[in-house]
Design a protein around this ligand. Structure first.
Ligand SMILES: Nc1nc2c(ncn2[C@@H]2O[C@H](COP(=O)(O)OP(=O)(O)OP(=O)(O)O)[C@@H](O)[C@H]2O)c(=O)[nH]1
Ligand SMILES: [Ca+2]
Length: 506
């Protein structure tokens, strides 16, 4: 029969009482040790007050300037995908290159967004927060046209940025190569591709004045030096192809097309344009068309000062007129895109952003899931172009007329550039994803990559990592200690059995 523990409890006697006392003390000590260990684990793992760092980048594009504020946890600086975008402020008015007639205004235009940044970044961190301004194709064109005016514009923006409480780190015109490279770094950083064995994603950026294509080709070596970049990131080498086509952003491409149409036409001021909706009318000053180095001066030979554009919404014809701005007659390499520029065979997935996204998104051709097939994209653009302007306007009354009137041209231009310019076939088209934002709600673009580079946040070598996180380490230590204490207690009980137990008193 199993002895009944309770029925065997002693009622009197001194020895069992001493042993029970020893047991009680032991139990008490054990409980104390357990409480101490748990308390230690809890206090060790209590989240530390967040040490957040901030960085500000101004993207001074040809069409407008955007200010981005990024934040990241200081202790995770060298991890990938830890930077969040906390603010994007769109500067009202023109891009900075548009202030060539009144350069001071370029600086003043940034003041509202700089104020906004001061509200977003905590005041005690203003002085340590770096601020960078990078100007792209609009300023590249202005520099080519008139270097001293471009310098004055940069001085004006520098003055505004220096007068802010942030740590000003420079305002400069970045090269097309840098623009392509930093866009590629941004998306691959956000997609976590640098720390995975999977490949990287190519980057396609369509701005107002230039467009960039950047990817890691299969083929080596890269045949032209100016299209070749070499990076060592997180312990891996990357040979990257990049090219920036100045004048092939969508605003300049439209000018190129109009200038080419004018040359081909009988040089009359009335131009029937298949890239605008039927019933659409636009009057343009000829002098506005020929104001930059993208278009060689043909202005003088024209006998009129204004151009009357009249849309007829014919996608196929539009495509033909756009085709003329891509010169494919010569190629000094094994393969080219256009204008004699080297392009290796397309490789891997691509993320397409900026105007690639704005336009495709408007046309409902961006999906989170599988990409929309090329033939469906073509038929959608074709149908959209053929719609009468008054109907389009009535359907989208809130969209800026400049944007709305140009979606037909822009959609057709994107198809021409990707299909004819870069050679995205029906099959390859499926590898393009049109992206507005990547993970963590960060806008796709060159600015994040630029900041990561300038703040040395992407190390060349893989940072050494501990096998366990801090929390797992402390948890494991507590668990092992408890097991150890339990084992010790059990062995003590087994080998030095207190008399009360030996006598079966408890
Ligand atoms: N539909 C639409 N178009 C936009 C929007 N923002 C900009 N655009 C147009 O899209 C084109 C590209 O815009 P961005 O990527 O901002 O170009 P950017 O940076 O000013 O120009 P680059 O210096 O060449 O890079 C320009 O023609 C803009 O006018 C938008 O929110 N919606
Ligand atoms: Ca841009």
């Amino acid at each position: 029969m199993v002895p009944n523990i309770h029925s065997a409890l002693p009622v009197t006697g001194t020895k069992p009482r001493t042993s029970r006392k020893a047991l009680l003390i032991l139990g008490f000590l054990f409980a104390l040790a357990a409480i101490a260990l748990v308390a230690m684990a809890v206090s060790q793992n209590k989240p530390l007050p967040k040490n957040i760092k901030y960085g500000i980048v101004l993207d001074a594009g040809s069409s407008h300037t955007n200010l981005y504020v990024y934040e990241w946890p200081a202790e995770k600086e060298n991890d990938t995908g830890v930077v969040h975008q906390v603010e994007v402020c769109k500067v009202e008015g023109l891009g900075i290159s548009g202030y060539s007639q009144d350069t001071e205004k370029a600086g003043l235009s940034l003041q509202r967004c700089m104020k906004r940044a001061q509200e977003v970044v905590p005041e005690h961190q203003h002085r340590e927060t770096p601020v960078y301004l990078g100007a792209t194709a609009g300023m590249r064109l202005l520099s080519l046209q008139n270097r001293s005016i471009a310098d004055r514009v940069l001085s004006a923006v520098e003055k505004t940025l220096r007068s802010s409480p942030f740590n000003f780190q420079g305002a400069r015109v970045i090269s097309g190569q840098e623009e392509g490279a930093y866009g590629w770094i941004t998306i691959n950083y956000l997609l976590g591709n640098f720390k995975q064995v999977t490949g990287t994603s190519g980057a396609l950026d369509l701005g107002g004045a230039s467009t960039q294509i950047t990817f890691v080709p299969d083929q080596e070596p890269i045949e032209s030096q100016e299209n070749s970049l070499h990076f060592r990131l997180y312990g891996k080498n990357y040979k990257v192809y990049t090219h920036s086509f100045l004048c092939y952003g969508k605003d300049q491409a439209l000018r190129l097309k109009l200038a080419s149409d004018l040359q081909a036409s009988v040089r009359a001021p009335d131009l029937l344009d298949p890239c605008f909706h039927p019933g659409y009318l636009r009057i343009m000053n000829i002098s506005d068309l020929y104001t930059n180095p993208c278009i060689a001066n043909g202005e003088q030979q024209l006998p009129f000062t204004q151009l009357h554009l009249q849309g007829n919404g014919d996608y196929q014809r539009c495509r033909m007129t756009i085709q003329k701005i891509f010169n494919t007659s010569h190629c000094p390499y094994s393969s080219c895109s256009f204008n004699g520029i080297f392009l290796p065979p397309l490789q891997g997935e691509f993320g397409a952003f900026s105007a690639f996204y704005f336009v495709m998104n408007f046309l409902n051709l961006t999906t989170e899931k599988s990409p929309v097939p090329l033939d469906k994209v073509t038929s959608t653009v074709e149908r959209f172009c053929s719609r009468p302007w008054h109907k389009v306007k009535a359907e989208f009354p809130k969209i800026k007329e400049k944007y709305l009137s140009e979606y037909c041209f822009s959609g057709t231009y994107i198809l021409s550039l990707l299909e004819n310019g870069y050679g995205f076939t029906m099959e390859k088209w499926q590898s393009i994803q049109f992206l507005g934002k990547v993970t963590l709600h960060v806008d796709a673009g060159w600015t994040l990559g630029y900041m990561l580079n300038l703040t040395n946040m992407i190390p060349a070598e893989k940072p050494p990592t501990r096998p366990l996180s801090h929390a797992s380490y402390v948890g494991l230590m507590v668990f092992c200690s408890l097991v150890l204490v339990a084992v010790l207690l059990l062995s003590w009980l087994t080998f030095h059995k207190p008399k009360c137990l030996q006598k079966g008193l408890i």
